[in-house]
Design a protein around this ligand. Structure first.
Ligand code: HEC
Ligand code: HEC
Length: 320
């Protein structure tokens, strides 16, 4: 019990010990009126676990520093199982200033002076409906380094909520960044900006197709196909050249394109074209299907990993 009293103001203590005891059944950091106190030993107490870190700095070292986030092992365990934090779960985000320098790893940033602590306590049953620091499933609190025991937020809707709107669907918390500790359930409702971040500047009208091909820019992929394959292969159905049309090739058995005279080697192979078999064929055209005719026309294949992936993504896109 002694440990719990650290950081609670005299005013709070005056309320009554029975009120405190009632609060502590829910959370040791919340009293019966919903006053939140700052957990202090989250870095040294073995009950706590580091969830993850954010570096909010640019190359000029501007920004508001290094953020480290902590919770308890039991809360993390429960999240891994159920995909939600259990009632009373404490989340602490410690914000520190950052220093930066060129180290042997590159430009590195590290945490220095402490600045503020954001504390959220899970509350699914709206225990403190009249307290302006409680709502939307959490208690919300803020402590500053100059008076670390004093809670300074006054209204969670004004002081906290608008900044957490991007992660409303994951219970208002940025849990996707804690997947290494919280497991796959932390990625179940990723915020919109994460979906965008996985796309590498797709051409505007091909956004959805690019998303389907794992972030590859299909406009660039088409160009790679045209530069490397088009002299022998059309991407139009039914148009054969030196090689067969590659429209619809993914999912097709080798040597079965309509109207093309294949080599015996290609016809008798039991390869079915997929991202995997195309990859092997283009890496080693002569030997993946021995004695196929492309092996003498284009033995070099495509050794460049990025180009190969692009061309395969393009073949997938013309096989739907
Ligand atoms: C200026 C916007 C902003 C405000 C205001 C803000 N937050 Fe956050 N908060 C964030 C962002 C963004 C993250 C995660 C990324 C980061 O730290 O840079 C975060 C992370 C957190 C975390 C760690 C868990 C998580 O969601 O990743 C807690 C706890 C937290 N905030 C609580 C609060 C509380 C309590 C308040 C109000 C007292 C508050 N925040 C106000 C933007 C904000
Ligand atoms: C210089 C001509 C030439 C070039 C360039 C070429 N191929 Fe071929 N390709 C052929 C020929 C000829 C065949 C038929 C092989 C046979 O029947 O043995 C073929 C067959 C194929 C097949 C088997 C198709 C089927 O229906 O079974 C695939 C897949 C293929 N090529 C992919 C590619 C890709 C992708 C590129 C570009 C990276 C490429 N080829 C570049 C000549 C070429």
């Amino acid at each position: 019990m002694k440990k719990l009293l650290v950081g609670i103001t005299g005013l709070t203590l005056a309320i009554s010990s029975s009120a405190f005891a009632q609060g502590s059944a829910f959370s040791p950091f919340v009293d019966a009126n919903g006053n939140i106190s700052r957990p202090v030993d989250f870095k040294t107490n073995p009950d706590w676990v580091h969830l993850g870190a954010w570096a909010v700095v640019n190359e000029n070292n501007e920004g508001n520093g290094v953020h480290n986030v902590y919770t308890t092992h039991s809360a993390a365990e429960s999240f891994r199982k159920n995909g939600v934090f259990p009632d009373g779960a404490p989340l602490v985000k410690e914000v520190r200033a950052a220093a930066a320098d060129a180290l042997t790893t590159g430009r590195a940033h590290w945490a220095t002076d402490k600045q503020v602590w954001f504390v959220s306590i899970k509350d699914s049953t709206n225990r403190f409906p009249d307290n302006p620091l409680w709502g939307d499933g959490w208690g919300w609190a803020l402590f500053k380094a100059d008076a670390p025991a004093t809670q300074v937020a006054s209204d969670y809707q004004a002081d906290c909520l608008s900044c957490h709107v991007p992660v409303k669907n994951s219970d208002w918390m940025y849990v996707h960044a804690y997947e290494p500790v919280l497991g796959p359930k932390a990625l179940v409702n990723p915020p919109e900006y994460i979906k965008n971040a996985s796309l590498k500047a797709p051409a505007a009208q091909e956004t959805s197709a690019a998303a389907d091909s794992g972030g590859i820019d299909l406009a660039a992929a088409k160009k790679s196909f045209q530069q490397t394959c088009k002299s022998c292969h059309s991407d139009q159905a039914g148009k054969n050249g030196i090689g067969p049309s590659l429209a619809g090739v993914v999912g097709r058995k080798a040597g079965t394109g309509e109207g093309f005279r294949y080599s015996a080697a290609m016809k008798s192979s039991d390869v079915v074209w997929s991202a995997d078999t195309l990859d092997k064929h283009l890496l080693d055209v002569k030997n993946f299907i021995p004695k196929n005719r492309m092996g003498s026309f284009f033995p070099q294949g495509v050794k460049d990993d990025k180009k190969r992936a692009e061309i395969i993504a393009y073949l997938e896109s013309i096989s739907k």
